[in-house]
Design a protein. Structure first.
Length: 206
C-alpha cells in the first residue's frame, strides 16, 4: 500500500449528502476482484449518460477536476452496502483523500485499508473548502498527515483528528497484510517451534 504523508492536489467539490456505495461504483461492476480498472466507472451514473457519453456538467468531467486527488462531499459519505470496491474505484481514479462532515462506518474503515485518508470536518468548514475549489488549479489543498492539518490556498491551517494507530498505518503504508509481515520473524519462529513440538503430526506437502 502506498504511504500517505503529505498531499498537495486539486480538490473536486461534490456537494451531495448520503452518497452511497452504489453511486460510487454501481453493482454491475462488482464482478471483478481486481482493484485496477474500476476508476473508469467511478460515479458511473453521474459521469455518463445512457449512451456512455460524458456528462459535461459533472465535476470530474471538467478540467482541472479530472486530475483531482481530493474529493469534498457532504454528510454520510459512503453509506449503503459494504462493498470494498468503492474505495478501490476512488483510488484507481486517483483520489487519495475524501473530506466530509461524516462517513458511513464500514466505508470509513475500508478507506484506511486501501491507503485513502477520510477526513471528518464540520459542515461549515467543508463549505469553506468547497468555495476554495472554485479556484480550480489555483485552489489546491495540502493535507499534512503528520501534522494533521489541511492547508487552504490562503495558507490557513485546519486541524483534523485521526486515530493514532490508523495514522501510523497510513504514514507507513501498512494494510492488513503489511501489518502481518511486520511480525514475519516471530511467525516463522513459531512455525518452526510448533513443528518441532508436534513432530508426531503427519506432514502435508503441497
Amino acid at each position: 500500500m502506498e504511504k500517505f504523508t503529505t498531499l498537495t492536489a486539486i480538490a473536486a467539490p461534490l456537494p451531495m449528502a448520503n452518497v452511497d456505495t452504489d453511486k460510487i461504483i454501481p453493482a454491475r461492476f462488482l464482478k471483478t476482484i481486481r482493484r485496477s480498472g474500476l476508476g473508469a466507472h467511478l460515479f458511473d451514473a453521474l459521469r455518463y449518460d445512457g449512451e456512455g457519453r460524458e456528462r459535461p456538467d459533472f465535476v470530474l468531467n471538467q478540467p482541472p477536476y479530472r486530475e483531482a486527488k481530493i474529493l469534498i462531499a457532504y454528510e454520510n459519505f459512503g453509506c449503503g452496502s459494504s462493498r470494498e470496491h468503492a474505495p478501490w474505484a476512488l483510488l484507481d481514479f486517483g483520489i487519495r483523500a475524501v473530506i466530509a462532515p461524516s462517513f458511513a462506518d464500514i466505508f470509513y474503515n475500508n478507506c484506511f485499508k486501501n491507503g485513502i485518508l477520510p477526513i471528518t470536518l464540520p459542515r461549515d468548514v467543508v463549505e469553506t473548502l468547497m468555495e476554495d475549489t472554485r479556484l480550480g488549479a489555483n485552489g489546491k489543498l495540502t493535507i499534512d498527515l503528520e501534522r494533521q492539518v489541511v492547508i487552504r490556498p490562503s495558507g490557513e491551517e485546519i486541524h483534523f483528528d485521526i486515530d493514532p494507530f490508523r495514522k501510523y498505518l497510513l504514514l507507513n503504508g501498512l494494510d492488513d497484510i503489511g501489518q502481518t509481515l511486520l511480525h514475519e520473524r516471530e511467525i516463522a519462529a513459531y512455525e518452526t517451534r510448533h513443528g518441532a513440538e508436534m513432530d508426531w503430526l503427519p506432514r502435508i506437502t503441497l
